[in-house]
Design a protein. Structure first.
Length: 422
């Protein structure tokens, strides 16, 4: 089987995902995607008539984010019309999946050059109806079909799930706040030292004016004391009746875990940020890269997907990491760096504890708590961040994973290379 190599990775800065506050909020999501696709093309002098496919991730495929953004953004970026495009949805995990599918196409020999990535403008999705934005299955009052599924697999609000897991796993509010504080401190240091500069491309408008060229969400002034003063974010929503029968998000969890008295620990300072952003990763075969004078930056060593309990929703990253390690023939000790998406602090805290990892190897440049989580794009962002950091530290293996709605987690291991591996 052929090897799949990462040639390059780019991303936009992440803008605050609120209308009237975020610098990117007035842009079209197609423009953000096209910004990344054009940067990949220009930086690598890419003949886009030789790009076999563009595989793109968008979680909320509605409104301006609908209509096969992968294909439309490629055309907008000036790609040759022969370069095809498709768009997928694995909720938060789509940005890893797009790269994994690109790698699979190349490794199978079916394609030679694929650009993968993702986009999410949460400033747009926040305006959509709760019905359209419901992650996983909708509450039972929304239709008999989903009511039947919800009886089998009750699915709640992600934040309430995070609080439920923290309660069940015995994490304290202080432990979770430490995750949030660490994320802010590490992100601030990474930005100050220019660790993201290699992959970051500015967003400009149609006239060439810079709209955003730096991260907009981080709050480096964050303190543990300040985090401790924040009110839990999901206490109210957990107990608001969703239908005439009085179904609540807490009740959906208690339907499967009746003995859990959910304590609410997550808040804006230890949960992922709402932002807009996009990212792209260029994946190619050895033959294609050599023919076109492209130098590899990393080899995709293994990919995996894992499902877990959809009621708790956020617990699949640990089994996904174990699965992808097994596929690669590696152990946790072989991995130099880890990126676990900070959807909620408990996800990262549980990942580190369950795999017995050292925080010095995990999210070393901060994570989505500090930098934000543009749902469909985050996985691709993290892969690019991982490649950059492996190069900066001169390390070999990096593992990236993240939880996704429905109780899923994709995972990928990349190996830094200086040349092609036979």
């Amino acid at each position: 089987m052929a090897e799949a190599y990462i040639i390059d990775a780019v991303r936009t800065p992440r803008g605050i995902g609120k209308q009237g506050k975020g610098s990117l909020a007035h842009m079209h999501p197609q423009h953000l995607a096209a910004t990344c696709l054009k940067a990949i093309k220009d930086r690598n002098d890419l003949d886009t008539s030789t790009v076999d496919d563009v595989i793109w991730s968008v979680s909320t495929q509605d409104g301006m984010q609908a209509g096969d953004l992968g294909r439309m953004a490629a055309l907008d970026a000036g790609y040759d019309v022969t370069s095809s495009g498709t768009t997928l949805d694995r909720f938060c995990g789509g940005g890893i999946t797009s790269v994994a599918l690109a790698a699979a196409q190349v490794m199978s020999g079916m394609e030679d050059c694929v650009v993968a990535g993702g986009t999410e403008m949460m400033s747009l999705t926040a305006q959509m109806s709760k019905d359209k934005m419901a992650a996983g299955l909708k509450p039972p009052m929304m239709g008999s079909y989903n009511e039947r599924l919800m009886r089998t697999h009750p699915q709640s609000h992600q934040g309430v799930c995070g609080d439920a897991i923290a309660t069940m796993e015995g994490f304290s509010r202080e432990e979770l706040d430490e995750v949030g504080y660490r994320s802010q401190q590490r992100a601030a240091k990474a930005i100050e030292e220019g660790r993201f500069d290699k992959s970051l491309v500015p967003v400009t408008d149609d006239d060439g004016n810079v709209v955003l060229d730096k991260e907009e969400f981080p709050r480096p002034q964050t303190t543990m004391e300040g985090l401790g003063e924040l009110e839990p974010a999901f206490t109210k929503i957990a107990n608001v009746p969703l239908d005439k029968a009085g179904t609540t998000f807490s009740g959906l969890i208690n339907a499967k875990y009746p003995d859990v008295d959910i304590k609410h620990f997550h808040h804006a300072g230890n949960s992922s940020g709402v932002v807009d952003g996009a990212a792209a990763v260029l994946v190619a075969s050895k033959d294609y890269a050599q023919k076109h004078g492209l130098k590899p930056r990393a080899r995709i060593a293994a990919t995996a997907n894992m499902g877990d309990d959809p009621t708790l929703m956020l617990n699949a990253p640990v089994p996904a990491a174990k699965k992808v390690l097994s596929k690669a023939g590696l152990t946790t000790d072989d991995i130099d760096l880890y990126e676990i998406n900070e959807a909620f602090a408990v996800v990262a805290a549980k990942f580190v504890r369950d795999l017995d990892l050292d925080w010095d190897k995990v999210n070393v440049n901060g994570g989505s708590i500090a930098l934000g989580h543009p749902i469909g794009a985050t996985g691709s962002i993290l892969i690019g961040t991982m490649v950059d950091e492996l190069e900066r530290q001169g390390k070999r293996y990096g593992l990236v994973t993240m939880c996704a709605a429905g109780g899923m987690a994709p995972a990928i291991i990349v190996e830094r290379v200086d040349d092609f591996v036979d």
